[in-house]
Design a protein around this ligand. Structure first.
Ligand SMILES: NC(=O)c1ccc[n+]([C@@H]2O[C@H](COP(=O)([O-])OP(=O)(O)OC[C@H]3O[C@@H](n4cnc5c(N)ncnc54)[C@H](OP(=O)(O)O)[C@@H]3O)[C@@H](O)[C@H]2O)c1
Length: 238
C-alpha cells in the first residue's frame, strides 16, 4: 500500500484547486477547508467545513478535529489558494470590505500556518497563491485592498522562508496572471488583456496548478522564498 502524504489546503474547490488535486502525485491526501464540506470532488481531498472570514475561527477547531480524527502525525504540504477579489475605488471601500478581503486572502494564511506549524515536518512545503495584482493594477480597474492582501502574501512567504529554512520547511508564493476561470476577467476585458500578455492568451487554472504541484514536490527541494509569476509574460512589453 502506498504511504499517504498529508497536506492541508484552502481554495481547493476552485478550478485551480481541483486541477492541483488531479496533478499531485497519487500519494497525496489533502484536508481541504471549504464553506461547503459536503461537495463531491476529487477523492484525494477530505473536506473540513470552514469559513475563513469567520471571526470566531471555527474553521481552526474543525481542522484540528480532522487532523486528530485521522491520526495525522505530519503534514508535508500547505496550500493557501482561497481568495476573494474586491475591486472598487479606494474611497468607496468600507471597513467591512477591507476586513473581509484581508481576512480571507491574507490573515487566514497566517493563522493556518500558525495552527499547523507543529505538524510541519522537515521537507514540508508551503505554497501561497498571490496574484500579479500584488504588483500592478489590472485592466478591470482599482483594487487596492486586494492588491495589498496579495502583496502581503509575498512578504509573508519570504519572511517565513527565512524563519523556517533551518527547519527544512520551504515557503514559496505564486503570482498568477489573468486566468480563464474563477475570478479571471470577463470576456471583454480578457480580449483587451491578451494584447499585453507575451504568450497572447489567458492562463488556465491547470497551468498554475502545475507550478504549485512542482513547488510542493521534491523536484523543487532547493527552491524557497521564491515569488514566481505564472502570467504568460503579462506586461513584458508596453
Ligand atoms: N482567476 C484568476 O484570474 C486569478 C488571478 C490571479 C490570482 N488568482 C488567485 O487564485 C486563487 C484561486 O482563484 P480562482 O479564480 O480559482 O477563485 P474562485 O473560483 O473564485 O474560488 C475561490 C476559492 O476561495 C475559497 N474561498 C473564498 N471565500 C472563502 C471563505 N470565506 N472561506 C473559505 N474559503 C473561501 C472558495 O472555497 P469554497 O467555495 O469551497 O468555500 C474557492 O475555493 C485565489 O487566491 C485568487 O486570488 C486568481
Amino acid at each position: 500500500m502506498v504511504e499517504k502524504t498529508w497536506g492541508v489546503g484552502t481554495g481547493l474547490s476552485s478550478a485551480m484547486g481541483q486541477a492541483l488535486m488531479r496533478t499531485l502525485d497519487p500519494s497525496w491526501r489533502m484536508l481541504g477547508i471549504s464553506r461547503q464540506a459536503d461537495r463531491e470532488t476529487a477523492s484525494n481531498v477530505q473536506w473540513v467545513r470552514g469559513d475563513l472570514a469567520d471571526r470566531e475561527e471555527r474553521w481552526i477547531a474543525n481542522l484540528l478535529k480532522a487532523i486528530t480524527a485521522r491520526q495525522i502525525v505530519q503534514l508535508m504540504g500547505v496550500v493557501h489558494a482561497a481568495g476573494v477579489v474586491f475591486a472598487d475605488d479606494m474611497q468607496r471601500t468600507t471597513r467591512d470590505e477591507i476586513r473581509r478581503t484581508l481576512d480571507i486572502n491574507l490573515a487566514a494564511a497566517f493563522r493556518l500556518l500558525q495552527v499547523v506549524r507543529p505538524w510541519l515536518a522537515p521537507g514540508a512545503s508551503v505554497v501561497l497563491v498571490s496574484s500579479v495584482d500584488a504588483l500592478m493594477q489590472s485592466e478591470e480597474g482599482p483594487a487596492a485592498i486586494y492588491g495589498a492582501a496579495k502583496a502581503g502574501l509575498v512578504g509573508m512567504a519570504r519572511q517565513l522562508a527565512a524563519e523556517w529554512g533551518s527547519l527544512g520547511i520551504r515557503v514559496n508564493v505564486v503570482l498568477p496572471g489573468a486566468l480563464s476561470s474563477g475570478m479571471g476577467p470577463n470576456d471583454e476585458v480578457g480580449e483587451r488583456i491578451k494584447s499585453r500578455i507575451a504568450l497572447g492568451r489567458l492562463g488556465e487554472p491547470s497551468e498554475v496548478a502545475q507550478v504549485i504541484s512542482f513547488l510542493l514536490g521534491s523536484q523543487s527541494a532547493y527552491v524557497t522564498g521564491a515569488a514566481i509569476p505564472v502570467d504568460g509574460g503579462l506586461n513584458l512589453h508596453y
